[in-house]
Design a protein around this ligand. Structure first.
Ligand code: SAH
Length: 354
């Protein structure tokens, strides 16, 4: 069965020719009528995938403590804009806000901003944050946040941004695109076009991925931090050094599926190239801390101690749930190693645990 979006994409390709992968991803994820994020809440055990804030409140509490410490170390600007990119269900921001509201100076200074394009998820976020005693606004992009100091967080946001893929062939680089095969199904092919910017050493068959929106958004964050002050934490799965290799993946009901089948019905992501983001940050005049594995970040900032305190007056089943959450967030076979944490700060700052 073709998904409604698949029928539209076929008609589009028949009329206009093959699509670039970034155009395909943007439609599959964010089309207002049929896009994956626009039409559902995909998170949790009953959904398609589980993110760190949905595993445990400890994740948001530790990120919140890091951000508030960064504010404290930069002479406590007021107002300060606490911004989240792609907040999903709003769980991470709710956990950060719970830490923040206990600190009167910070609570009075903070204005919350959620950058979210999905109307369905904005409603979820509104419900999750209804008791938060600080002003909250929603925006389509960071440009609408006032030009004042920011504390920004993005968890599993950059992996959802559309990528382009280029393949090295014996005749040079070609861009991967999506057309139709003889049976009329969506299929990958190669079109003209070489990547702009740095090209790594590659052999025929190798794939290079670039994420232009990630570069543009990172440059925007870094320019702001360099100019207005503040700090950002970017958490995602990815690699610290740029290189070749395919990482595009589609996930549905906790399993990998074919990225070209039933567009709009599966999550599409690619690994984040932290090396490329770090170069962009430095080029924009800000500094980079990390990236560091998520497990090391959380454990150094007290994940075990926090789990111990939360478990102190609980029964054995709840303590076992906390142990399992620690393992999922920080264990090296789970999120602890593949997920990385990178901070963007002003040039003269160093903040633990980096
Ligand atoms: N941070 C959340 C959700 C991650 S999923 C968590 O950790 O659970 C990706 C989120 O980014 C979703 O909320 C999705 O709707 C949003 N999103 C994806 N592309 C976006 C874009 N270009 N602008 C704003 N939000 C976007």
């Amino acid at each position: 069965m073709a998904s409604p979006l698949e029928a539209r994409l076929r008609a589009l390709i028949e009329a206009n020719g093959p699509l670039r992968l970034d155009a395909y991803m943007a439609l599959a994820l964010m089309d207002p009528e049929h896009g994956y994020y626009a039409t559902r809440d995909p998170f949790g055990e009953a959904g398609d995938f589980v993110t760190a804030p949905e595993i445990s409140q400890m994740f948001g509490e530790i990120l919140g403590a890091w951000l508030i410490n960064a504010w404290d170390r930069s002479s406590r600007p007021s107002p300060v804009h606490l911004v989240e990119l792609g907040p999903g269900r709003g769980t991470l921001m709710a956990d950060i806000a719970r830490v923040a509201r206990r600190l009167p100076h910070f609570r009075r200074a903070a204005r919350l901003h959620l950058i979210e394009t999905s109307g369905t998820l904005r409603e979820r976020q509104r419900a999750a944050l209804r008791d938060v005693p600080m002003p909250i606004d929603w925006h389509d992009d960071l440009g609408d946040v006032p030009e004042e100091p920011v504390l920004l967080v993005a968890n599993e946001f950059f992996d959802a941004l559309p990528i382009r893929q280029f393949q090295k062939t014996p005749d040079g680089w070609r861009e991967r695109h999506i057309g139709l095969d003889d049976g009329g199904d969506l299929a990958f092919g190669l079109g003209p076009g070489a990547p702009a910017g740095p090209r790594p050493e590659a052999s025929p068959g190798d794939l290079l991925e670039i994420c232009e929106p990630a570069q543009a958004i990172t440059a925007g964050i870094a320019r702001r931090i360099a100019r207005d002050g503040g700090a950002a934490l970017i958490v995602d799965y990815g690699h610290a050094a740029s290189g070749v290799g395919e990482t595009l993946q589609a996930v549905r009901a906790h399993a990998f599926v074919d990225p070209l089948r039933e567009p709009g019905e599966a999550d599409l992501t690619a690994h984040v190239d932290f090396g490329a983001l770090a170069r962009t940050v430095r080029g924009a005049g800000a500094a980079v801390l990390g990236p560091m594995p998520q497990g090391e970040f959380l454990l150094t900032l007290g994940l075990l101690e926090r789990a111990g305190r939360l478990g102190a007056d609980k029964d054995e089943a709840e303590r076992e749930a906390l142990r399992s959450a620690v393992e999922r967030l920080a264990g090296s076979g789970q999120m602890g190693q593949l997920f990385k944490v990178m901070a963007i700060v002003t040039r003269d700052v160093s903040l633990p645990p980096f």
